[in-house]
Design a protein around this ligand. Structure first.
Ligand SMILES: NC(=O)c1ccc[n+]([C@@H]2O[C@H](COP(=O)([O-])OP(=O)(O)OC[C@H]3O[C@@H](n4cnc5c(N)ncnc54)[C@H](OP(=O)(O)O)[C@@H]3O)[C@@H](O)[C@H]2O)c1
Length: 216
């Protein structure tokens, strides 16, 4: 019998719920961390026995595989609440974006060019193997990553080559065509910068179910 697999997700929004849905569909036990468990009751009922809800600390303790899917400006506070030592040695997928809506839509970024939220996450979790992934695609496609033109690859970056290979295998299992590795965690500056562009492209095309891939 295969070993039971599990994932802890910090973040109760559409990203945390969508990724929780797709992980459960592929046989993972999923615990979502939040400060407000009541908001996840419908999600838990939908997923059933594979789903559980906890605090950020309980989600971070739940599994060797973790996903950070918190609001950009709330990400570092959420990691503080979770307790950075709980991430030590773990594979941590960072799906966050430092979006700045202070001037309305479309958003800008509150950090960029010389730093990124991905780097801040890695600095906050020095013992973790952080891989930036999923930040450039819509939550609408996370539970069912099918596209009219065929499977799409996800952009990733991070400092640990083995961790990036693990993420590549994982996203293939979840239905993606694989990954495009654009470098160390400092490359998160440019993956995060794709997102204000992604919003502008969505506004121009009238869809928010698009994704970026590379053609040649
Ligand atoms: N929406 C998309 O399609 C999409 C796609 C790719 C990446 N992303 C990125 O993924 C992340 C999650 O997006 P989302 O739309 O699912 O949810 P969101 O509304 O951006 O974030 C919700 C989560 O952030 C936590 N949070 C907010 N402020 C906090 C604070 N001050 N301290 C601690 N925790 C705080 C909330 O905690 P509680 O649970 O306690 O309320 C909740 O778990 C964002 O960084 C977003 O940019 C979004």
């Amino acid at each position: 019998m295969p070993a039971e697999r599990s994932v802890g997700i910090l973040g109760s929004g559409v990203v945390g719920q969508s990724l929780g849905r797709v992980f459960a569909k592929h046989g993972y036990r999923v615990r979502i961390g939040t400060r407000a468990p009541a908001k996840l009751e419908a999600w838990r009922s939908e997923i059933g026995a594979a789903a559980s809800i906890g605090s950020f600390a309980e989600a971070a303790s739940f599994a060797p595989l973790l996903v950070v899917a918190t609001h950009g400006a709330g990400t570092e506070p959420a990691l503080d609440l979770a307790g950075p030592a709980r991430f030590d040695g773990k594979l941590v997928i960072d799906a966050t974006n430092p979006l700045d809506f202070s001037h309305g839509m479309p958003p800008g970024l509150f950090v960029g060019m010389t730093d990124s939220l991905g780097e801040r996450v890695q600095r906050k979790l020095p013992g973790a193997r952080v891989v930036k992934c999923f930040n450039t695609v819509s939550s609408l496609k996370m539970a069912d990553p099918t596209f009219a033109r065929g499977p799409v690859r996800l952009f990733i970056c991070g400092n640990d080559p083995a961790a990036k290979q693990e993420v590549d295998a994982l996203v293939r299992e979840l239905g993606w065509a694989g990954t495009i590795d654009v470098g160390g965690i400092e490359a998160a500056r440019w993956l995060e910068a794709l997102v204000p562009l992604w919003v502008r492209v969505g506004q121009a095309l009238g869809t928010f179910e698009h994704a970026f891939d590379v053609v040649r």
